[in-house]
Design a protein around this ligand. Structure first.
Ligand code: SF4
Length: 174
């Protein structure tokens, strides 16, 4: 009986989460162009609040973390800590070429190899340098699709059963 209640409350929480995802943004060393595009999403022209998407200052309240920029060595542990502070299930969107691989900063002495995925599990990659606001909205919608199915790669959800293949992150093309 406890299990049924548990799964019911989980489904209810998921239903609410899909209708109004809360988002935090973390800059791990971006040139700031990606951040400007994220800010454009929140402004009246694109107005993501009409879809129930809310920007939150604290990762402790966020369902989705948008990471902008290559991961610098200085920000690596901070990114990990911020991701750990998020409640589960948690979703991650890596922005642009830098989020995927380090982009133009790849190979520099102060940049971690392999992009955001080398530090925390990424659910959706958005292509571009920087991605446009409509592509960012597209990425959040892709994330909502994963949320509906409860398919977070991170946290406890990531600890899959032995023998089960890990889910590949989604890609939003440019
Ligand atoms: S992907 Fe392009 S725009 Fe975004 S942080 Fe990297 S260099 Fe800047």
């Amino acid at each position: 009986m406890l299990k049924v209640t548990d799964s019911l409350s989980r489904r209810l929480a998921n239903w609410a989460r899909v209708r109004s995802p809360w988002i935090s943004v973390f800059n791990t060393g971006s040139c700031n162009a990606c951040d400007i595009e994220v800010i454009a999403c929140l402004m009246p022209r694109f107005d993501v609040e009409r879809f129930g998407i809310l920007a939150k200052g604290s990762p402790r309240h966020a369902d989705i973390l948008i990471v902008t920029g290559p991961v610098t060595r200085k920000q690596e542990s901070r990114l990990r800590r911020i991701w750990e502070q998020m409640p589960e299930p948690k979703y991650v969107i890596a922005m642009g070429a830098c989020g995927a691989s380090g982009g133009v900063f790849q190979g520099l002495y102060h940049v971690v190899d392999g992009g955001v995925e080398s530090v925390i599990p990424v659910d959706v990659f958005v292509a571009g340098c920087p991605p446009r606001p409509d592509e960012i909205i597209n990425a959040v919608v892709a994330c909502l699709g994963l949320m509906k199915e409860d398919l977070a790669r991170g946290g406890k959800e990531w600890r899959r059963k032995p023998g089960e293949a890990p889910r590949e992150p989604a890609e939003v093309p440019a």
